[in-house]
Design a protein around this ligand. Structure first.
Ligand code: HEC
Length: 129
């Protein structure tokens, strides 16, 4: 191998490494892609992020006046939801983890955006924020 070919090869390796580093940076972003949909599930809050997910997927069985068949379990107040966030059920139920009853009951799992919204809120301490 001539000297100029060697330096060309060296340049190519350097460029590849730079490309790899810049590409791997995207994994630091808090973006999750589900069904071609992009969502940000970092810093999720009870009021603005968690409630809308529960409203759309859970309140039909777990809110005031709508607890028939759910053993009277309500999730429409912060105190009620916090109980299940702290004892691990909420995370287990929504991710259909083994040993937990999958929620929404009798239905497929919610999409990853919705699940991760709630999981992130739990991981941040399930605050009333
Ligand atoms: C179609 C009605 C229905 C929907 C919708 C529903 N649930 Fe439930 N949920 C139930 C029933 C029924 C139970 C009681 C299950 C049992 O104990 O056999 C339950 C129990 C629970 C419990 C108590 C823990 C347990 O395993 O018993 C939690 C927490 C819960 N649901 C969370 C949710 C969340 C979060 C959603 C929305 C993502 C949701 N549920 C949607 C019917 C529903």
């Amino acid at each position: 191998m001539t000297k100029s070919r060697f330096s060309l090869l060296l340049l190519f390796i350097c460029l590849s490494v730079i490309l790899m580093i810049s590409c791997s940076k995207t994994s630091e972003d808090k973006l999750i892609t589900t069904n071609g949909q992009t969502c940000d599930t970092a810093g999720m809050k009870y009021g603005s992020n968690v409630i809308p997910v529960l409203q759309a997927n859970c309140y039909s069985c777990h809110s005031n006046g709508n607890t028939d068949g759910s053993g009277g379990i309500r999730l429409d107040t912060y105190a009620d939801l916090k109980k299940y966030a702290d004892n691990g059920f909420l995370a287990g139920n929504i991710s259909h983890a083994s040993g937990f009853i999958g929620m929404p009951y009798g239905l497929p799992k919610m999409d990853d955006c919705n699940i991760n919204t709630i999981i992130d809120w739990i991981n941040r301490g399930a605050q009333n924020d």
